[in-house]
Design a binder for this molecule. Structure first.
Ligand code: ADP
Length: 276
């Protein structure tokens, strides 16, 4: 039966008058409105995400330029001095040579991290999982870290013996080194603690520092690629915002997860949970 939209319709009892046209127009109008609002919300979110990404990429470019320029300038100056002043005392000569070597290592690590992030992102970083004594590996990484030239402060370890699981040892090293680097960088030269323990069917690696900590609202975002707290103009610590991105991705490739807690006094605790 065809409905005449201009006609008034009555209920079977003959009391209620139903104007079908009004209801249809209202119905269609509200569906349209819902679609329009949903579209607007989605568009607003996409634009917000794009703006954040562009800002982060700009920050990354600014910081990586700075990160590359500083050690290159230091190396250049060191070599120029060595060449100009041939009769420099041995002690000073050695100091300049060591500084050039440290800066070269800094550049090397930076480029390694950028390449690793790119490989991980494009899914071209397969893990080689082999049974590994994580306790021994963690102890070794911590000892080497303490001996590294830029190390200052105090590193306290509490490592349960003989915790053996399937891991990619190079990836595990990247995870721990990145966390230790941050603890040293943001921990203001105070105490850093590394704990490795088994609980239930998981192994927990915790790295704590006594720096300013990370506010709750930032604890998810710091794992985003290129994300750094604050802004490039006011930030004093060097960095590129890819360290924690690498850490999170590598932990997840192992089937684990990473969270951030607060220390009892101050500072942050990064908690890595790996399936045992
Ligand atoms: P970056 O190269 O900037 O250190 P990361 O990805 O390692 O990059 O860290 C992202 C951001 O998270 C840092 O810029 C810093 O703002 C914050 N952050 C990371 N680790 C710590 C920490 N231990 N204490 C305080 N803030 C931290």
């Amino acid at each position: 039966m065809l409905i005449d939209l201009n006609k008034l319709y009555y209920s079977p009892e003959g009391e209620e008058v139903v104007n079908i046209k009004i209801w249809m127009v209202l119905g269609e109008g509200s569906v349209f409105l819902v679609f329009l609002l949903t579209g607007l919300v989605i568009m607003q979110r996409t634009i917000k995400k794009e703006i954040a990404l562009v800002r982060q990429q700009r920050n990354f470019l600014l910081s990586i330029t700075h990160e590359l320029k500083t050690p290159i300038a230091a190396i250049k100056l060191g070599i120029q001095t060595l060449l100009k002043r041939k009769n420099l005392p041995d002690k000073q000569r050695e100091k300049l040579e060591k500084s050039a070597l440290n800066n070269t290592e800094r550049l090397h690590d930076l480029i390694d991290n950028v390449l690793l992030a790119t490989r991980i992102e494009s899914g071209q970083h397969p893990l080689h999982l082999i049974p590994t004594n994580l306790s021994d590996l963690t102890k070794k990484i911590c000892q080497d870290f303490e001996l590294s030239p830029g190390f200052k402060g105090e590193l306290i370890t509490s490592i349960e013996d003989n915790l053996t699981i399937n891991v990619d040892s190079t990836a595990f090293e990247s995870i721990l080194i990145n966390l230790l680097d941050n603890a040293l960088k943001y921990g203001e030269g105070k105490r850093t603690e590394v704990t490795l323990k088994e609980s239930g069917s998981f192994i927990f690696l915790e790295v704590s520092d006594q720096g300013p900590g990370i506010p709750i609202e930032e604890r998810r975002r710091v794992f985003d690629k290129f994300y750094r707290m604050g802004n490039e103009e006011t930030r004093s610590r060097k960095g590129t915002g890819i360290g924690l991105f690498i850490v999170k991705e590598l932990v997840e490739l192992h089937g684990g997860n990473i969270t951030i807690g607060t220390n009892s006094d101050s500072g942050s605790t990064f908690i890595v949970r790996l399936p045992a």
